[in-house]
Design a protein around this ligand. Sequence first.
Ligand SMILES: [Zn+2]
Length: 553
Amino acid sequence: MTDWVSQLADDVIAESERRAPGKTIVCASGLSPSGPIHLGNLREVMTPHLVADEIRRRGLECVHLLSWDDYDRFRKVPAGIDPSWAEHIGKPLTSVPAPPGSAYPNWAEHFKTPMISALARLGVTYRGISQTKQYTSGVYREQILHAMRERDRIDAVLSRYRTKAKPKAKDADEAAALEGSGAAEEEAGYYPYKPYCALCGRDLTTVTGYDDETTELAYTCECGYGETVRLATHDRGKLVWKVDWPMRWAYEGVVFEPSGVDHTSPGSSFEVGGHLVGEIFGGAQPIGPRYAFVGISGMAKMSSSKGGVPTAADALEIMEAPLLRWMYARRKPAQSFKVAFDQEIQRLYDEWDALERKVADGQALPADRLAHARAVGTAEQPLEATERRVPYRMLASIADVTTGDEEQTLRILRELDPAEPIKDLALVRPRLDRAQRWVSTQVATEQRTTVRSEPDEELLAGLEEGQRESLRLLLEGLDEHWSLDGLTDLVYGVPKRQAGLAADAQATPELKAAQREFFVLLYTLLVGRDTGPRLPTLLLAVGADRVRKLLGA
Ligand SMILES: [Zn+2]
């Protein structure tokens, strides 16, 4: 009985035993809080989380490090932000003011905080590391001095991958942050360390000289400032990214860290890092599967205020944490998938509920059972769960018709199944809240259902005899069939009775056509259009008295 998570956990345990016998196993993720942390980035965390969780379920010590790359440079002003923020390009993300109106002290905190709370709701336990704190407190001092001593060897490794083409002027600062100042210019020396300017705070600096003995480092900045510092005591700068990442693999003893598909290209920081970590830092590259893209289906415009990229927090507004975990657990990292914000979420929930029933009955396939177990809880704790699993699509229909009115919602839920009535909304929460949120934020106004307040007298007056009879049969049966199952039998049964068929008669094309016609009539009389939520749900939602009134009883 195995799945991709178990297989990776086997590999990681074996590798860790080879590299550091008896030590705590280290899995890692890195996130850049340069903007909203979208659902694709969540895979960067979920992949090692699931593996670390599996290792802990086996009773082994395992830590999941989450590096916040908040000492990285602010690269560009995103759309929708005051263009004057351009003056901060080149500063560390923790030194850039938060977007206008934010309650947070800086840019990085503004985007980190919602992710931290989403990860807590998802049950992801990790040790968060702020790279700003690490660098500015001198944690990496020895590693920085070592990298500077080894700068020629680092340059030689990097040059194996360097392309002839010089970066365009506007990308030059980016390239320097990636590989180091002087990397692109033949005449200048190569330095893997980039100071943030003491005057303007940006990284538009060039190291002009370095003395290994005294650790004196001279730099100039595009702003005109220049100074000489002692690197042995200087804490305002960082190793360039391609050196920084392998340095941390070695420093932290990372055995497992995945990376996005963009790291598959030759000369990627993952590939180059693989050489540097061994040749320079005496460590080893982590086991690092590539994870594929996570897409989104149908995120409504109305909720794309944060730049149109939905975050984990956005997804958790409309779905329960186990469902979101399940999407990441059931697909291998190399498989891409989509998180549904559109009608597809209803089908996804149906699939999830079917899996839960199979698991409860002991009928689920082994891999499916594992994915389910990984979704509903972790080694430490079970996750939030809804006690009575009313189908999401039904809760959405109820939310649609009642526009969230609690009293009406409870009445409908009580009547769904008279044998086991739902007497308290707490029993259907949090799923109810997610479905209500989905309807109010993701379903377009023109797709919402509005129950007629008054009967359509004109339509009622013009009905044919057969149509009148169908309504009469429905109304006669209402009281007796007032439950979800009862009303389902009733609405499908009326056209059968009219055709002189038995209640359990097989559907023929003629019968199906008659049923469709009957349903359109009901929808038109109840909600003034020819479609709507499933009729039994709609009838329950509208309530018997109002149904009678609108159907002309
Ligand atoms: Zn400057």
